[in-house]
Design a protein around this ligand. Structure first.
Ligand SMILES: Cc1cc2nc3c(=O)[nH]c(=O)nc-3n(C[C@H](O)[C@H](O)[C@H](O)COP(=O)(O)OP(=O)(O)OC[C@H]3O[C@@H](n4cnc5c(N)ncnc54)[C@H](O)[C@@H]3O)c2cc1C
Length: 379
């Protein structure tokens, strides 16, 4: 067992860990970034080509934080010299009686983001591929779009290396077996190392609970299934011709989302929500039942896709927290351990900002961002 000492250890190189490493390197801090698999793997929550980014939140606090998040993405794009964000426009919809679009419209109004409240009839007029009941509640946000997910993670690790030089160490295929939180300093045990950290940032996604068993918030890894459809008329689903969209339904497991064919893999469609899963034993196949569920949804929303061939499938993990609230902050009783669990299926768009928050909290012990709603406290 080699004993290593490191000033800043970031555990997990997904969207949150790569962002933390990038922001720490940007401030000249030495980093040791640990990843159990290969960088860019497809076992966690951040793989795949694209994620939806939008201000459209029913909770105005998240909508307002997206103003900061979009600024953080712009900074990253400038540092990287490449675009990661594609503006496509976005619609949020729900059936009458579901109090979602009304809240989203209020949030967008409150933060001064351009939007247009409309109906299912108007939606069909604007985008004939949509065929929903006329009285469907709809809000359109022109600034919504997609983020290049896997590329953003890779770019942040590359920048952490480029900005940090030798001060940035990255260990792949290096699973942390245990974190000793009883020791004077957070001590990580891997198969070959005993790593003593001055400061530890845990961004372990669906594995957070395993690594921090006394985490005061219940975190549930769930299995998400994604389908990529080959549209009969690709032009009608191309970026600029088809918006990202999120449909809030009644009850559980009745929310669906989709995005234009930004990846060349077809139109990404999926249900928001899935069964609990052990992150170390995930079934990576997608059964007929789920495919039928998504096709049924498409029949009542995007009928031209309902019978379209599925070109590609993807399985991915959410880490669900109560009320889909993020949890980011110091672990109770340890001023030298930060934990970030900002997922619940909507964390990617905030990841670059979460990276900045983690660097602030690590180096300054505070941040000027309004993240009180993300504090870690027992529920
Ligand atoms: C299908 C799907 C669609 C989504 N769509 C959207 C969307 O449209 N918009 C949006 O904003 N968000 C979306 N999200 C959510 C978003 O992708 C996640 O919130 C985000 O990627 C979480 O990043 P993370 O870094 O916390 O997790 P991960 O990317 O899983 O990173 C955790 C890392 O820690 C590593 N790790 C864990 N344990 C150990 C260990 N013991 N030792 C070493 N390394 C370890 C893991 O291997 C992993 O690489 C979606 C998620 C899924 C699954």
């Amino acid at each position: 067992m080699h004993t290593l000492h490191a000033q800043n250890v970031v555990l997990g190189a997904g969207a949150m860990g790569s962002a933390a490493a990038y922001h720490l390197a940007r401030r000249g801090e030495p980093i040791l970034l640990l990843e159990q698999f290969a960088l860019g793997h497809d076992r966690g929550s951040s793989h795949g080509a694209a994620r939806i980014a939008r201000h459209s939140y029913a909770d105005p606090r998240y909508a307002r934080l997206m103003l900061d998040a979009f600024r953080a993405w712009k900074e990253l794009e400038a540092d990287a010299g490449q675009n990661l964000y594609l503006r496509t426009g976005g619609v949020s919809l729900c059936p009458p009686g579901v109090d979602y679009v009304a809240q989203v419209a209020l949030s967008l109004q409150a933060i001064g983001v351009p939007h247009r409240r409309t109906t299912g009839r108007e939606l069909h007029r604007a985008w004939p591929v949509f065929d929903v009941p006329d009285d469907t509640d709809v809000v359109f946000e022109p600034d919504a779009g997609t983020l290049a997910a896997a590329r953003a993670v890779a770019v942040q690790v590359e920048l952490a290396r480029a900005l940090g030089g030798e001060r940035t160490q990255v260990l792949e295929h290096c699973p942390v077996r245990r974190i000793d939180l009883e020791a004077d300093r957070p001590t990580l045990l891997t198969d070959a190392h005993r790593i003593i950290a001055d400061r530890l940032i845990v961004t372990a996604g669906a594995w957070t609970r395993q690594l921090v068993p006394n985490f005061p918030v219940p975190l549930r890894p769930t299995r998400q299934q994604v389908l990529y459809f080959r549209p009969p008329d690709p032009a009608t689903f191309a970026p600029g011709q088809f918006p990202v969209f999120f449909r809030k339904g009644e009850g559980d497991w009745n929310d669906f989302y989709a995005m234009p064919a930004v990846t060349g893999w077809g139109v990404k469609v999926a249900r928001h929500g899935g069964p609990d899963v052990d992150p170390d034993a995930v079934d990576r196949t997608i059964g007929d039942e789920y495919r039928a569920t998504v096709r049924q949804f498409l029949r009542s929303h995007l009928p031209s896709l309902a019978a379209a061939p599925i070109d590609r499938t993807e399985v991915c993990l959410y880490t669900m927290a109560p009320h889909e609230q993020f949890r980011v902050g110091l672990l109770n009783g340890r001023p030298d351990v930060l934990v970030a669990s900002p997922c619940s299926g909507h964390g990617f768009k905030f990841s670059c900002l979460v990276g900045r928050v983690l660097a602030d909290l690590t180096l300054l012990g505070r941040t000027d961002l309004a993240i009180d709603l993300w504090r870690i406290e027992p529920v």
